[in-house]
Write a new protein. Structure first.
Lengths: 308, 274
């Protein structure tokens, strides 16, 4: 196995008495697409900031590209691309100028930055917006520009913090397509997300984080196999009845989760569970059989849903 | 590694290259480009403000006042007395505007520094770059104002040429302290305090009349404030009353620059590289 580009061992970040990250360990191989999946406040962004060498760890060990971020911040940052959670594009500059100026922050020569900026505008499908004002761009375009900007220094690792949060479905798909291309070209991606579909689409491997600790690690499909059944039956009986019904159907399937608005029955065969429910004389308002997802893995591990 | 090890490691890196990548120029370049495409009008207006003051107070009011006696006992025309003070004030205002409101906006709303500091730039690059831009602007204003002074015959000595570097020193001092102070501000209300403090300093720092009009205790207060040192320094040069005492004013500003830079850099690091 090639030398990992990120190695975190027992990584800790404390703010006074509060531990935002409480002992996290993982490794990312070159060319790999690695995800940190967890709800808001799980410690994903803090972990990203430590890897991005903009936050000093309070404990454990961390190596990024073989270097210690606490000691070699600028050197590491010069080889990273960062896409922050909230857009921080330079609104006083035009679209192409944003790329040019950002490239100069890395101390790169003007001609090289100009060439790269044009390539990246094409990659981000923003060629005809080169002279536009940043504020005039749509949310999806701003995001793409932020990604293009993060690539200006030809980074070894691209860090993406919640890359599609707040985008409409169409814009998300365009963005995923762009990120998938980067992945195909061999760029190492480290991304945080609280969307399971995003994690399933983009991540080769991921860790599920909650309250600053890792709950599970593996490839998306492998995690689903380990922590959930093949299918899930979702039934709704109305908020007042769900709890009563849950008592009556206890024992059906492999496992049952009762959520405020619905009951989830985990099973190898969702249809046959539905038949059993109907045979028991119960009539759900709605029913749905679907395949297990990372959302179910998270629910199993933490007892909570991912997006609340 | 233990926590203490990590802290000493981080402490060591602070002294080494972590704060400065030697690329403050790119931050200046960014400011120049932003000014060129968006707010050049603000820049132009800043140039005329002190000139309007000079014309109205210096020539208008000056015709009633006649001559005025400086600290060193020389009689000079009123316009020649206040012109150097206005020059110092212009340097202060330009530097303060760039290093407070501009910096506040970039820090709180545009998240510009967050972006800069996720590149290989260090906090000192950002602080130096922003301050240098403020200086460049101050230099432009000062040059223009000195030309106007020359045209109106208000430069009484060739020492006036040294007023340009003196003004840059003043601007540097206010810009670095301004940036340091702004980095602690969280709301617009707090920003208004800066304006609230600057106005009386502008009016009372021996700008429009000699310090000797005040009773002794008030004089000490005024002499502790930075603008008075700037006014006296520039006035000494443009009126040609140069003595070694002027070096105290220079020292005052050197200390101000140093304290401001250290504080601004530390603060930027705390805010964005925690």
């Amino acid at each position: 196995m090639p030398e990992p580009v990120i190695v975190a061992q027992n990584l800790v970040k404390k703010y006074k008495d509060f531990a935002a990250v409480a002992g996290v360990s993982f490794e990312v191989a070159p060319g790999e697409s690695f995800g940190l999946l967890g709800p808001n406040g799980a410690g994903k962004s803090t972990t990203m900031r430590m890897v991005g060498a903009v936050s000093t760890r309070t404990g454990g060990d961390l190596r990024v590209l073989g270097l210690d971020p606490n000691r070699h911040g600028p050197e590491i940052r010069s080889r990273l691309g960062v896409v922050p959670q909230a857009d921080n594009l330079d609104t006083e500059l035009r679209v192409r100028e944003n790329l040019l100026v950002y490239g100069r922050y890395f101390g790169l020569p003007r001609a090289q930055v100009a060439r790269r900026a044009d390539e990246l505008l094409a990659f981000a499908q923003l060629e005809d917006k080169a002279k536009a004002k940043v504020d005039a761009l749509s949310g999806g375009m701003k995001r793409r520009l932020t990604i293009a900007r993060a690539l200006i220094n030809d980074p070894s690792i691209l860090l993406l913090d919640e890359p599609t949060t707040g985008l409409d479905p169409q814009a998300r798909h365009i963005l995923w397509d762009r990120l998938f291309r980067l992945k195909e070209q061999g760029t190492t991606l480290l991304l945080t997300t609280h969307y399971m579909d995003e994690a399933e689409q983009l991540c080769d491997r991921l860790v599920v984080i909650d309250k600053g600790v890792i709950m599970a690690e593996g490839a998306p499909a492998q995690l689903i196999r380990t922590y959930s059944s093949r299918e899930v039956l979702e039934v709704r009986f109305g908020s007042d009845l769900n709890a009563d019904v849950a008592a009556q159907i206890a024992g059906m399937g492999d496992r049952i989760e009762v959520l405020p608005d619905r009951i989830l029955i985990y099973s190898e065969n969702g249809e046959s569970e539905l038949v059993r429910i109907v045979e028991a004389g119960l009539t759900p308002i709605t029913s749905l059989v679907r395949r297990s997802s990372l959302e179910d893995v998270f629910l199993r591990l933490t007892g909570r849903t991912l997006v609340e | 590694m233990t926590e203490t090890d990590l802290r000493t490691d981080a402490a060591a890196s602070r002294l080494l290259g972590a704060l400065y990548a030697g690329n403050a120029r790119s931050v200046m370049l960014r400011g120049w480009q932003a000014t060129r495409s968006t707010n050049w009008l603000v820049v132009v207006s800043g140039f005329f403000e002190p000139i309007f003051y000079l014309l109205s107070m210096g020539l208008g009011l000056g015709s009633l006042v006649g001559t005025i006696t400086t600290e060193s006992g020389q009689d000079v025309p009123y316009a020649a007395f206040i012109a150097p003070a206005l020059l110092a004030v212009a340097a202060m205002n330009g530097a303060i505007y760039d290093s407070t409101w501009n910096v506040f906006f970039k820090m709180q709303f545009a998240k510009l520094y967050e972006g800069m500091l996720s590149t290989s730039l260090g906090p000192l690059d950002v602080a130096l770059g922003e301050i240098s831009l403020a200086l460049l602007r101050g230099a432009l204003y000062a040059t223009g104002f000195l030309v106007v002074m020359q045209a109106l015959g208000l430069n009484l000595s060739w020492w006036a040429l040294l007023a340009l570097p003196a003004v840059l020193l003043i601007a540097f001092g206010f810009a670095s302290v301004g940036m340091a102070v702004t980095s602690f501000m969280k709301t617009f209300q707090q920003m208004d305090w800066i304006t609230f403090l600057l106005l009386p300093m502008f009016l009372f720092s021996a700008t429009f009349y000699p310090l000797s009009v005040y009773p002794q205790p008030i004089q000490f207060v005024i002499q502790a404030l930075p603008l008075w040192h700037g006014v006296e320094l520039v006035r000494g040069l443009t009126t040609g009353q140069v003595d070694p005492g002027l070096l105290w004013h220079v020292l005052y500003y050197l200390v101000m620059i140093l304290l401001g830079l250290v504080a601004a850099t530390r603060r930027l690091r705390t805010l964005f590289l925690d």
